[in-house]
Design a protein around this ligand. Structure first.
Ligand code: BG6
Length: 504
């Protein structure tokens, strides 16, 4: 049974924003329904607009997922919501916030335990925490003070370093919670359990037995309404530097000594430290970038990236990136890692595939030429969450012919199991003071250090091509050249299906 966190007030900056609507409020409601919120608990929404507590509650009610809505529960849940208008960049306004919090603590009998969630435009990550500190809202003598910072954590190595420096001038590392919602995903955490709780995997999880590792994160959506942000970011910053590097860390790390924040985060950091740097002059060969172009899917004309709202019509921002890289340590010496991510691909899927080495000698015939000779272990992050092992089995009948078979586990086979959403898991962890699934400053900087030469190469050498790919395809064709020994897996929505033709 999960322990409820200590009583506290969660202060959400940017309370009327999109993230609050899509993720935070549904996640809080989920915690509420699971009885995981402390009995004495309040949310204080903060933003510029003038609103009464009642009006704010009405607004938050609209953010509740329709299928969750249930009059009484909902009203009880919303009773804990309060609102404070504030000029967030104006230090002179913060004493108002401080006294509001003090009044709330008194009235609601909550000790001065505060979590400040920065669900604001990233420019404010540098601004709000120092002002909070100026009015003493970083002091832990009377209760805990924690700050949750959303991504993007910096836009490159130097801005990430600067932001860390600024935050660490006022807060200890233990007070800072840098969110990466991928770490909140149940299936991402399961990678640790799969690896370190099974005697059969760990002994072969190394360069002696693994041929290569492939990581895919594909989305069918384009940039939707976020063209303005995305055009300044691109897939490398938006997905690789954070979410996908976390996956790399978990697949590749050594067993931590204990399941505890620093022990795990030390091991993650070591993986990032062991990544073989991709030099600027190697980028054109090792990293491919692409951008979706218009295409017809059925009768529908799909817009190209350059026609999206908020996107520069001559944009050279990548909506697809594929790279090959190595981890130079004892475990992974010589094992290629391939990673690809993109928008407007044929299906939404995130997975890590371990390709094991083949047997040293081939005794049998394969049923067809395109049967893969490697055993594969697919760790499916989403959708159809689960784990799949591909193994060779005898084709029944005369002779000894081999055919690939699937052994698969799907989370949806577990009935009555509550799978928490990433945000509810992460919020609860922060409420409990557990930073295991949050990124530490050194790891964030290391991840930026790794991608920085790629960003520099693209910026400084415009002759490095950006390949177009028709929306709805698996990215630029030349990406296949990156992978020796065969093609990328063509995953389908259903974990156990793959190939060129699948239900999308
Ligand atoms: C976000 C990116 O961090 O992650 C988005 O900014 C991306 O561009 C999203 O779509 C993917 O998250 P998920 O959980 O849908 O895989």
């Amino acid at each position: 049974m999960m322990k409820q966190p200590e009583p506290h007030i969660l202060v959400i900056f940017g309370a009327s924003g999109d993230l609050t609507k899509r993720k935070l409020i549904p996640a809080l409601y989920e915690l509420y329904q699971q009885h995981l919120l402390p009995e004495k608990f309040a949310v204080l929404g903060v933003s510029r607009t003038d609103l009464t507590d009642e009006a704010f509650r009405g607004k938050m009610r609209e953010f509740l997922p329709v299928n969750f809505q249930n009059g009484e529960t909902e009203a009880n849940f919303l009773k804990s919501f309060f609102y404070q208008s504030l000029e967030t960049s104006n230090a002179g306004d913060y004493p108002k916030l401080k006294s509001r919090l003090e009044v709330m603590c008194k009235e609601l009998s909550i000790p001065a335990n505060y979590i400040f969630y920065l669900s604001t435009p990233p420019q404010l990550y540098q601004v709000i925490p120092p002002i909070l500190a100026e009015v003493g809202l970083n002091e832990v003598t009377q209760g805990f003070k924690r700050v949750i910072i959303e991504k993007p954590f910096g836009t490159d190595l130097s801005t990430a370093r600067e932001l860390n420096k600024k935050l660490l001038a006022y807060y200890t590392e233990g007070q800072l919670y840098r969110i990466d919602h991928y770490l909140g995903k149940e299936t991402v955490q399961n990678m640790l359990v799969t690896r370190f709780s099974n005697g059969i995997f760990e002994p072969i999880w190394n360069q002696n037995f693994i041929h290569h590792v492939e990581i895919t994160s594909a989305e069918t959506l384009g940039v939707e309404e976020r063209g303005g942000y995305y055009d300044q970011s691109g897939a490398l910053r938006d997905m690789v530097q954070n979410h996908l590097m976390q996956l790399v860390g978990l697949v590749a790390m050594e067993p931590p000594v204990v399941i505890e924040a620093n022990a795990i985060r030390n091991e993650m950091l070591k993986v990032f430290q062991s990544l073989r740097p991709i030099r600027e002059d190697q980028v054109a060969r090792q990293v491919f970038r692409g951008q979706y172009t218009p295409s017809h899917i059925g009768d529908e004309l799909i817009k190209g990236y350059r026609e999206e709202n908020g996107v520069n019509p001559q944009s050279r921002t990548e909506t697809f990136v594929a790279l090959k890289f190595f981890i130079d340590n004892f475990r992974w010496a010589g094992v290629p890692f391939y990673l690809r991510t993109g928008k407007k691909l044929p299906t939404r899927v995130t997975e890590v595939v371990i390709y094991f080495k083949n047997t040293p000698h081939h005794l049998f015939e394969y049923q067809s030429d395109n049967e893969l000779r490697n055993n594969q272990l697919v760790l499916r992050i989403q959708p159809d969450e689960g784990v799949l092992l591909k193994i060779g089995m005898k084709v029944p009948g005369a002779g000894f012919r081999v055919q690939n078979m699937n052994m698969d586990f799907h989370y949806n086979e577990l009935s009555n199991v509550y799978l928490p959403s990433a945000y509810s898991r992460l919020l609860l962890d922060c409420m409990q003071g557990d930073a295991t699934l949050y990124s530490r400053s050194d790891a964030v900087e290391k991840a930026w250090e790794y991608v920085q030469p790629i960003l520099d190469a693209w910026k400084n050498n415009p002759e490095i091509p950006i390949y177009g790919y028709p929306a709805g395809t698996w990215g630029p064709e030349m990406v296949d050249d990156l992978v020796e020994n065969g093609a990328w897996r063509r995953p389908c929505k259903n974990l156990a299906h793959d190939g060129e033709y699948c239900e999308l």
